[in-house]
Unconditional design. Structure first.
Lengths: 145, 385
């Protein structure tokens, strides 16, 4: 394989409801929402309540492992809505859903792999792409293991 | 259902590229077209529904522009392209509650306006967990298509048949943008946008619009025009449920059964369907969710030619749909309703008119089947008042 091409890493809009996640991401900690009441994990980790039982929830360190639930190789960046800008010259790239070992499925990218070898069900592990924005939040992306 | 409501007027703007029209003009043109079809006038209208993307202050601006001075019911329910299907149900409920008796539902827009995002969209709490990864609408539907293929063995050829069927219908529609019949091979040979979706798996985007007039039973009796009965309606929202993602079904799995229950009919009673066809996979999942075949068997079902109108098992989108005919302002629910009314009145293009078309179902999906969506289902019947 040729040298790995770096994907754009646009800085997320950090809001009060998501600040804790992104602050931890700068330390390469992968936090996922967890409800002590029903002992279940949830994604995205953008709320202080459990979306299932409504009780107060918190963020917990997750294993960072999972499997590919679905993926697509984006070949034409025709985004007519939001977010297409930074990826304008990044095609082809792999957008995916990864099912975490803890349960929730997260939207992400698969990096470091030829799109032809990416497949549903393959095991992956999280890594972080620094965005360089204020506080340097990092995007959780996944690599085949 | 006491005091049933009826669709008395239906109109689709014939234009697909309308640089010389403002959105307000288009709303007015389709409103006047639907009222003329019903044999009514602006002075009769006492209910108005549209989406918040209508120019200015939405229905407030529209009411002002159209000169409507006796409105007793308005609604701006927003569920993307499925909104107008929800509006039909809401109009029926308002009429049944005695709030109004002649309700106008208008939809109009232009490609150049872009895909209008609801106000406040930039504050959506999920955005920072999706947008930085380069997501957009086609890749999200591609994620659903891939998963459907993985779980059920659905093939690109089967998805392509949805487009092929649409193109065989569109050849008979003089207003359709894409009137050339395409083959499965041509769909598969078109460029991949986000695999497994090819360019020809994706809908077109056009200018245009359409409108409906929904009336009370008393008004329907007074009109010369064939009014079609609103038998059942329902809406549903499907979310990502804290990360419990299942891309193999849509919110139609909830709205469909509720609409069938209200109408007292089932999938076997449906003679014609209008299905939201933003992408070929959208149609396939709705067919399953609405009970026309088992979950996972949609590919086999469409492969048999089921969608071909008039002779297939489930004639679908006989105007060519969003894949070939039009998709005004990326909101395809209205043309689906208008074509269903044509079918029930026996006024579809002769080559695609379903014989003895008694009951039709229209389903719309707004938002994204890859993340969160709203669905609307209506069931209509041709029975006389």
């Amino acid at each position: 394989m040729t040298e790995e091409r770096a994907l754009p890493a646009p800085a997320p809009v950090v809001s009060p409801h998501s600040a804790a996640f992104w602050e931890a991401s700068a330390q390469e900690r992968f936090l996922v929402g967890h409800c002590p009441g029903c002992d279940q994990w949830f994604w995205p980790p953008n709320r202080t309540f459990c979306p299932r039982c409504g009780k107060a929830a918190s963020l917990r360190d997750a294993s960072g492992t999972g499997t590919i639930y679905s993926y697509t190789t984006v070949r034409v960046n025709g985004s007519i809505a939001l977010g297409g800008g930074p990826y304008k010259d990044a095609v082809p790239f792999v957008l995916a859903y990864v099912e975490l070992a803890e349960g929730p499925t997260v939207m992400t990218n698969i990096v470091g792999a030829d799109p032809d070898v990416v497949a549903v069900g393959l095991p992956v592990r999280v890594e972080f792409s620094r965005t360089g924005g204020p506080e340097d939040p990092a995007l959780p992306r996944f690599r085949l293991v | 259902m006491a005091g049933r409501a009826y669709i008395a007027g239906a109109f689709e703007h014939p234009g697909r590229r309308l640089p010389d029209f403002s959105p307000a003009q288009l709303h007015a043109d389709v409103a006047l077209g639907a009222l003329a079809d019903a044999g009514l006038t602006l002075a009769d209208v006492d209910g108005l529904l549209s989406t918040p993307d209508a120019p200015g202050l939405g229905v407030i601006t529209l009411a002002d522009y159209l000169g409507l001075d006796r409105l007793s019911y308005t609604d701006t329910t927003e569920s993307g392209g499925s909104a107008y299907i929800a509006h039909v149900g809401h109009a029926a409920m308002a009429i049944e509650a005695g709030l109004c008796s002649v309700v106008l539902i208008t939809m109009a827009g232009k490609v150049s306006s872009g895909v209008p995002m609801p106000s406040g969209y930039q504050d959506a709490p999920e955005l920072s967990f999706e947008i930085p990864f380069g997501t957009s609408i086609v890749p999200e539907y591609a994620l659903a298509a891939r998963r459907h293929m993985y779980e059920f063995g659905t093939t690109s050829e089967q998805l392509a048949e949805v487009k092929v069927a649409a193109s065989t219908h569109a050849q008979h529609n003089p207003n359709a943008v894409l009137r050339k019949v395409v083959t499965v091979e041509q769909v598969l040979d078109s460029p991949l946008v986000a695999d497994p979706l090819h360019k020809l798996d994706c809908c077109i985007n056009t200018d245009g619009g359409g409108a409906l007039v929904v009336v009370s039973e008393d008004v329907a009796r007074s009109l010369d025009r064939h009014c079609v009965a609103i038998r059942g309606h329902a809406t549903a929202i499907k979310g990502s449920y804290g990360g419990r993602i299942d891309l193999t079904y849509t919110a139609a799995a909830q709205s469909g059964p509720r609409a069938y229950d209200m109408a007292g009919v089932g999938p076997a009673d449906i003679d014609y369907v209008g299905l939201y066809d933003s992408f070929t996979i959208t149609v396939l999942e709705q067919i399953e969710d609405l009970g026309f075949c088992e979950k996972g068997k949609g590919g086999l079902f469409v492969e048999s030619g089921a969608l071909r109108s008039p002779d297939g098992q489930l004639p679908t989108n006989s105007d060519g749909g969003g894949l070939c005919n039009n998709h005004p302002a990326a909101r395809g629910g209205m043309p689906k309703l208008v074509e269903a009314v044509r079918q029930l009145r026996g006024e579809a293009t002769p080559q695609v008119q379903v014989r003895d078309c008694r009951t039709a179902l229209v389903n719309g999906i707004g938002g994204s089947i890859g993340t969160r969506m709203g669905s609307g289902t209506v069931i209509l019947s041709r029975e006389a008042v």
